[in-house]
Write a protein that binds this ligand. Structure first.
Ligand SMILES: [Cu+2]
Length: 246
């Protein structure tokens, strides 16, 4: 038991070595064909091999034969010169290694007229390891930049504050406070904004709602402007009343 246990690793190594060499052995395979005499045939008559393979013809007991590359037809044998064994007797062999792909016909020159012909189909050597085709990198589809939605530009028409003082006097002269709940028509809003003093323009009610929000904010801003204008009118009226008293 001892020696066999010691030899076991070596046996494994030898087996692995044979396994590694197996493909190389298969690549140059040898194929056997028998030349027979009853009837006169090559067996097998059709053989497919790979470039690099070797075919060995063995003369079976019987009459002598030849293994000659070429064809046979009504006019006789036509050797093509690729190989020719000449006459062989029983027990002798002839080998040929095929190095070019193609279909190679051959005959027995002695018994070709009896149908003793054969053919070897030589296929191109298969590539040992098909190299994977280099896959082109996936072209990333260009993502369109998200187009920003068009921001609704609310052009808040600047109130005609070019003439603030006349408007102030007008608002002071006219009694706009008589219509507190009047419909805020654009004209009245313009008058109110114009009537508002410079302090009212930079009040939070003046700009922010109109810019940020839509119609609701704008209406609110107009309403607040009207309120401010009314308040200013009241103050101005009180001041004028005090001056008149004085
Ligand atoms: Cu023959």
């Amino acid at each position: 038991m001892g020696p066999s246990a010691l030899l076991r690793p070596f046996a494994i190594v030898v087996l692995l070595g044979v396994t590694e060499l197996a493909p190389a052995i298969v690549r140059g395979a040898t194929h056997q064909v028998t030349a027979q005499s009853s009837p006169y045939v090559f067996a097998p008559s059709q053989l497919t091999v790979t470039v690099g393979d070797t075919v060995t013809w063995t003369m079976a007991p019987g009459d002598p034969h030849t293994v000659t590359s070429g064809t046979y037809n009504a006019s006789g044998v036509h050797p093509d010169g690729l190989f020719d064994s000449n006459t062989l007797v029983a027990g002798q062999t002839f080998s040929y290694t095929f190095t070019v792909a193609g279909e190679i016909p051959y005959v027995c020159e002695i018994h070709a007229d009896s149908g003793m012909v054969g053919r070897v189909v030589v296929q191109a050597a298969a590539t040992p390891q098909p190299t994977p085709a280099p896959t082109s990198p996936p072209t990333s589809t260009p993502t369109k930049p998200p187009t920003a939605p068009p921001t609704p530009v609310l052009t808040v028409t600047a109130s005609p504050s070019s003439n603030p003082t006349p408007a102030a006097t007008e608002s002071s002269g006219d009694p706009p406070s008589t219509s507190p709940t009047g419909v805020p028509s654009p004209t009245s809003a313009a008058v109110a904004s114009s009537g508002s003093s410079p302090e009212g323009t930079h009040s939070p009610a003046g700009g922010e709602p109109g810019v940020s929000a839509g119609g609701g904010g704008l209406a609110l801003a107009i309403a607040m402007l009207i309120a401010v204008a009314l308040a200013v009118g009241v103050v101005v009226r009180m001041i004028l009343a005090k001056r008149r008293r004085a």
